[in-house]
Design a protein around this ligand. Structure first.
Ligand code: HEM
Length: 121
């Protein structure tokens, strides 16, 4: 459809046409209580920099090892993630894995993953 038609349909309340012409996609906002339910290697959601990622499939092929990601399942893993990666690394997983945003008010201290220190041998 041409732009004029898309704008006309948007004015009539057709959101799909609006999204089509303005590239606006509705973003789902999750609470931490919902994310926390997806807390296993078979169902692994992780909050990173304010966004919710379903990393269940991605973790299996992670160059750094699956466990580093599945250890963060159901958590806000931002501080652990940013210790080894810049935010730009997320560009390569955003399209496949980002499923929405987190409601920041729902993130409590207990939801934040912290890096585990390795014990000395
Ligand atoms: C939590 C979500 C994470 C995502 C989405 C993620 C994503 C990625 C990606 C896309 C790569 C490939 C980078 C490239 O080819 O340039 C990578 C590599 C790697 N990641 Fe992660 N990662 C995560 C967590 C972690 C954590 C928590 C650690 C370590 C504590 C880690 C350690 C590594 C290492 C050692 C590599 C290979 C070396 C490198 O390319 O830097 N990752 N990760």
């Amino acid at each position: 459809m041409d732009d004029q038609m898309a704008y006309a349909m948007a004015e009539l309340g057709d959101f799909a046409a609006y999204a089509d012409c303005c590239n606006v996609v509705p973003v789902k906002v999750f609470s931490m209580a919902e994310v926390a339910k997806h807390n296993s290697p078979e169902d692994c959601w992780v909050v990173l920099h304010g966004h919710v990622y379903d990393l269940t499939k991605f973790a299996k092929g992670h160059v750094g090892g699956a466990n580093l990601i599945t250890d963060l399942a159901g958590k806000d893993g931002t501080s652990v993630f940013e210790a080894s990666h810049g935010e730009n690394v997320l560009n390569s997983v955003r399209v496949d894995c980002c499923i929405g945003d987190i409601d920041p008010a729902s993130v409590l201290e207990e939801h934040r993953a912290v890096a585990k220190l390795r014990e000395r041998a």
